[in-house]
Design a protein around this ligand. Structure first.
Ligand SMILES: Cc1cc2nc3c(=O)[nH]c(=O)nc-3n(C[C@H](O)[C@H](O)[C@H](O)COP(=O)(O)OP(=O)(O)OC[C@H]3O[C@@H](n4cnc5c(N)ncnc54)[C@H](O)[C@@H]3O)c2cc1C
Length: 429
């Protein structure tokens, strides 16, 4: 099994032992993929009385779940407010999704508490400042609908945001009190421990290589074994590969870079994000920043691929950080890593039905720490027969291919210069 290359590997407790699958197994539910979504679904399905086998190609948290920034965000993407969600999903699904999102911070921190998971965390809210006067006004206008949906958000003036973030170029915006930050790999490994304790059989180093319908359900093959399951859930996110082309073609893979600085002196900890509440603003190419438990700043975003891309990305993001945080000392990139977000064109997650008893959940976009956890719980209720398909939080649909998804590699070349220019012009306005 390979590591995921992130800083979190240096800080997280080790993964629990999960032997590779060997020989034949039989189960109620086969979950493929050991990220937040698969682990949460497996844990909750086992708690609902199902027998569950989880197959993970590498180890728990190997994918986006163990590489992300660890922001617990009880909110959809900034382009997707309550009104936009309703226009896209209609009622009642928009209302259900917003309720799920509103409670998704509680879902994460509740699981950590309930199972005593060893996860470095801070629950002092999540900050979303505007990057312009117009964005600040947009966030203020969105507040009543968020409150109505149950999101515990408040609006902060520019001065109040400055007091909480210590970043003078940011405008006023929202604070969602039930959000916060975690060490994401520690959380993925903790969820795996909780799932094992609930009776889930987790097999790491067990890539599902074939999926075949049988008279009684599905047969999932790996290199050294196979699982016969009544139902199966694909929770493979952007890493699905050739296993299931309809899932692969339903998302746009977006590669995101992360950079961690050296540990910084305490004076900066007191001045920048002093409550350890992470910040992510509204620009298209989001500026996001957090502290780690060992006193480093982590930031990142998209970068143009090509030779020397990690070093180039690190230089670019550290320069951007210095522009946002006046007075920082010389910065070093102590860790640079990447992960892939499974994005959808409308930024909404999807629940797809791929065949009788075969489901796939995808597309938590850049919001999957909290949303995948909560969606995993709801998916378990669907698979356990406790929620009918028509009552599920999302429409259960056939897979929909993203037009020209194969051209997504061009995205950073075209999208970054355009969005950077728009962001800069708006910030000046
Ligand atoms: C750099 C980065 C930063 C992010 N920051 C944030 C953030 O701060 N806050 C936030 O809310 N969201 C963030 N996200 C998004 C979030 O990480 C994802 O939405 C979430 O982790 C998705 O979880 P998942 O379980 O669906 O997928 P993943 O975590 O990607 O899990 C999929 C798993 O499936 C396994 N797999 C794939 N194919 C197979 C197979 N054939 N057989 C067996 N196993 C297989 C993979 O090894 C992997 O472990 C970020 C994402 C990235 C990449």
């Amino acid at each position: 099994m390979t590591g995921n290359g992130s800083l979190w590997e240096r800080l997280a407790p080790p993964a629990p032992y999960c032997p590779p699958l060997e020989g034949s197994a039989r189960t109620d539910l086969a979950v493929i993929g050991g990220g937040f979504l698969g682990l949460s679904a497996a844990l909750h399905a086992a708690e609902a009385g199902m027998d569950v086998v989880l197959l993970e190609a590498e180890g728990p948290g190997f994918g986006a779940s163990g590489r992300n920034t660890g922001f617990v965000v009880p909110s959809l993407k900034s382009a997707l407010g309550p009104a936009e969600a309703e226009a896209l999903l209609g009622q009642p699904h928009a209302a259900r999704l917003l309720r799920l999102v509103a409670g998704s911070g509680d879902a994460v921190f509740g699981l950590i508490e309930r199972h005593g998971l060893e996860v470095a965390r801070a629950r002092n809210g999540w900050l979303q400042p505007g990057h312009s006067t117009a964005a600040e006004a947009m966030l203020k206008g969105r507040l009543p609908a968020l409150l109505e949906a149950g999101v515990d958000a408040e609006f902060l003036s520019r001065g109040e945001m400055l007091a909480l973030a210590g970043l003078p170029s940011l405008h006023g915006g929202l604070r969602v009190a039930s959000g916060g930050q975690i060490n994401p790999l520690a959380y993925a490994r903790g969820l795996a421990r909780a799932a094992l304790a609930a009776g889930v059989r987790i097999h790491a180093g067990s890539r599902a290589s074939g999926l075949q319908e049988t008279a009684t359900g599905w047969r999932v093959a790996t290199a050294a074994g196979e699982v016969a399951a009544r139902q199966a859930l694909l929770a493979t996110n952007a890493m699905v590969g050739p296993l299931c082309p309809p899932m692969r073609d339903g998302i746009v893979p977006v590669r995101v870079y992360q950079v961690a600085t050296q540990p910084l002196p305490d004076e900066f900890r007191r001045r920048i994000l002093p409550a350890m509440a992470p910040v992510a603003d509204t620009r298209r190419h989001t500026f996001a920043l957090r502290w780690t438990e060992d006193g480093r700043l982590v930031t990142g975003g998209m970068a143009v691929p090509g030779p020397g891309r990690d070093a180039r990305a690190a230089r670019g993001f550290l320069a951007r950080l210095r522009a946002f945080v006046p007075g920082l000392p010389e910065l070093r990139a102590d860790a640079v890593w990447t992960g892939t977000i499974a994005a959808t064109m409308d930024a909404l997650p999807r629940m797809v039905r791929l065949g009788p008893g075969l489901f796939g959940a995808i597309g938590c976009n850049g919001r999957g720490v909290a949303l995948s956890t909560a969606l995993g719980r709801e998916t378990a209720a669907l698979l356990a027969g406790r929620t009918a398909a028509q009552d599920f939080v999302l429409p259960v649909t056939a897979p929909r291919p993203v037009p020209m998804a194969r051209l997504s590699g061009l995205g950073p070349h075209l999208w970054l210069p355009w969005s950077g220019l728009r962001d800069r012009l708006e910030a000046q306005g």
